[in-house]
Each structure stands twice: as structure tokens, then as C-alpha cells.
Design a protein around this ligand. Structure first.
Ligand code: UDP
Ligand code: MG
Length: 317
């Protein structure tokens, strides 16, 4: 007689956590309920909590959960390395044939997982991604800059970013392995994912408020992150710098011609210390600006070349 029971599908839940001691137990309870509902479909779960150098009791919560529940695995960073590093570490540690990444704060509702799982397990899609259709409950200024960022990225970047795409996604093993093949240290998922391709099904949902605690992203952290993203996926700022230089050079030649003609034909020396100073200031400003752009790319290249690890683990289970 043939054995009709297929081995269960392992679903890894990768959860980056930075100071999430308040939200983690709530998340764990919700996720357990979802995993239970999936049992009938031959899906078993594992948790991969990544503590991103939290300053509160997040590690203690992970340890406690790990002692009680064999499905819980975790790793704890030696310091805060950022969410991208935490996601990378989690994906590397996950063993599932399907892997989901989601936040600890309930803003990525685990209740959506069964539907996302359907899309990936059907074999039709390699990734189930999520998009926020509203930014309700977010400071207005932040939404404004987020929209600006997507617009600028749309003009500059060589990959198409999806507006409002979250880090909440469920992926096939092949998709995860493709992500892990990209060796760069400075990681920008919003660009990496469209770059690797595959078939992605999008799920839309409304913004949900955090279950507890507060957002870890300050305005400046987000601003720096978006600059990193632009530089990681576009060399156009460099081209823009040379275009500015070229245009100014042409303007300068025209001005020289005008001044020379006025002097030779009309004998009219151009007075104007102030205008000269303005021009010098303007040009050196542009020069410093474009050198700055160059420098930014150089420093990115420098950090990549040093080949430092993207994160360091202090403790794991
Ligand atoms: N996070 C992290 N490292 C950081 C910042 C955030 O691992 O340096 C985690 C955080 O614990 C949460 C997720 O990334 O699970 C999203 O962070 P948050 O909810 O603060 O961001 P928001 O939802 O406000 O964009
Ligand atoms: Mg959040």
C-alpha cells in the first residue's frame, strides 16, 4: 500500500523585532491561532524572531517563548543593525519551503497569511506581496515625503518600485534563495525584489495601527534610507551631476563671448565685483554639490569593498 500522507509543508515566519517586548506576545498569540487554522491543510509553522539589538526585554521574551515552544527559534544581534539586516538574517535562518516576513507590531496582520499561502502553494505565484492602499493614521508630513520618494525613485531608478509595498510578504523557497544570492551588504529590499523578478501576486489592505509601542523609524532614518535606496538602484544622480556641469560650462562660454564682444567692439569694460562674487559662489556651490554626489557613491563602494558582515549575532536558538 502506498503512503498517502504527504510530508507537511513548513512555513517559516520571520519577524524582525526592535524594542518590541510589548507587541511580541500579542503577535505570538495571533500567529499561533493562524498556524492552528492551517494545520488541516498540512502546513506546520516555525517562528524565526530576529532581535535587532533591542534595548528592552525583547530577547527575554524570545527566550521565554523558545523554552515553551519548540517551533520558536530566534537570533539576537550584538547591536542594532537595522530592519534590512534583520530581514536578511531571518531569511538565512528560515528553513521553510515557504517563508513569510512580517512585523511584530500587528501592522502586518497574520490573519492574511492563509490567503497569501494559497497564492504561493498553488504554484502560480512565487511571492505574495502586500500593498497598503491608505496611509491612514500616519503623520501627514510622512505620507507626503513617502509619495515624493516614490515619485523621485520612479524617475531615477532602474527598477519599478511598487508604491505602498510593505515588507509583509510570503515567498516560495526559490524566491527566498534568489534574494539570498544577491551578495550586497547595503540592502534595499524595495529595489532587490523587483530586480529578481518572478511572479508576484499583490494583496491590498488598509493601514492598521500598531498594537502597542511606537514606530522605530524617525524621519531622518527614513530619509537616509531613501537616499541609500536611490544610490543602490540608480546611477542617474551621477549623470545629472555631469549634465549640470556641461550646461554651466556652455553658459560660461556664452558669457565670455558676450563680455569679449562688448569690450572689443564697444570698448565697454564690465564693472561688477558683486556679480563676479555671485558667480564664483554659485559655481563652487554646484561643484561641491556634485562632488558630494560622487563622494556618496564612493563611500557606498567603499563599504561594499570592505566586505564587513551585514550583522553580528550575539545569541541564537
Ligand atoms: N525594526 C527592526 N530594526 C529597526 C527598526 C525596526 O527590526 O532598526 C522592526 C520593528 O521591530 C518592526 C518592523 O521593523 O517589527 C517595522 O518597524 P516599525 O513598526 O517601527 O515601522 P513602521 O511600521 O512604523 O514603518
Ligand atoms: Mg509598524
Amino acid at each position: 500500500m502506498t503512503d498517502m500522507t504527504a510530508p507537511p509543508t513548513l512555513l517559516s515566519l520571520v519577524i524582525p523585532c526592535y524594542n518590541e517586548e510589548a507587541t511580541l506576545p500579542i503577535f505570538y498569540k495571533d500567529a499561533c491561532a493562524v498556524l492552528e487554522s492551517l494545520q488541516g491543510r498540512g502546513v506546520v509553522g516555525e517562528f524565526v524572531f530576529v532581535d535587532d539589538g533591542s534595548k528592552d526585554g525583547t530577547v527575554a521574551v524570545c527566550e521565554r517563548l523558545g523554552e515553551r515552544d519548540a517551533r520558536v527559534r530566534y537570533l539576537s544581534f550584538s547591536r542594532n543593525f537595522g530592519k534590512e539586516a534583520a530581514l536578511l538574517a531571518g531569511l538565512e535562518k528560515a528553513r521553510g519551503q515557504v517563508v513569510a516576513t512580517l512585523d511584530a507590531d500587528g501592522q502586518d496582520p497574520p490573519q492574511m497569511i492563509p490567503r497569501m499561502l494559497d497564492a504561493v502553494l498553488s504554484g502560480e505565484f512565487d511571492c505574495a506581496g502586500t500593498r497598503r492602499v491608505t496611509r491612514k493614521g500616519e503623520p501627514r508630513i510622512r505620507s507626503f515625503f513617502a509619495r515624493m520618494f516614490y515619485r523621485v525613485m520612479g524617475m531615477l531608478a532602474d527598477v519599478d518600485l511598487v508604491d505602498g509595498a510593505r515588507d509583509f510578504r510570503l515567498m516560495s523557497r526559490a524566491y527566498v534563495d534568489a534574494i539570498l544570492r544577491l551578495p550586497e551588504r547595503g540592502r534595499f529590499s524595495k529595489g532587490i525584489l523587483p530586480w529578481i523578478g518572478f511572479r508576484v501576486k499583490w494583496f491590498e489592505y488598509e493601514n492598521v495601527r500598531r498594537s502597542a509601542g511606537e514606530t522605530k523609524w524617525s524621519f531622518w532614518k527614513l530619509f537616509r534610507y531613501s537616499l541609500d535606496g536611490i544610490m543602490a538602484f540608480s546611477a542617474k544622480p551621477l549623470a545629472i551631476a555631469s549634465v549640470i556641469g556641461m550646461v554651466l560650462f556652455l553658459v560660461a562660454i556664452a558669457l565670455v563671448a558676450i563680455v569679449a564682444v562688448r569690450r572689443i567692439i564697444y570698448g565697454d569694460p564690465v564693472a561688477g565685483w558683486a556679480s563676479t562674487v555671485c558667480i564664483i559662489l554659485f559655481c563652487s556651490g554646484v561643484q561641491l554639490f556634485t562632488t558630494g554626489i560622487l563622494g556618496a557613491y564612493l563611500s557606498k563602494a567603499y563599504t561594499e569593498v570592505k566586505r564587513r558582515p551585514p550583522y553580528i549575532v550575539r545569541k541564537e536558538k
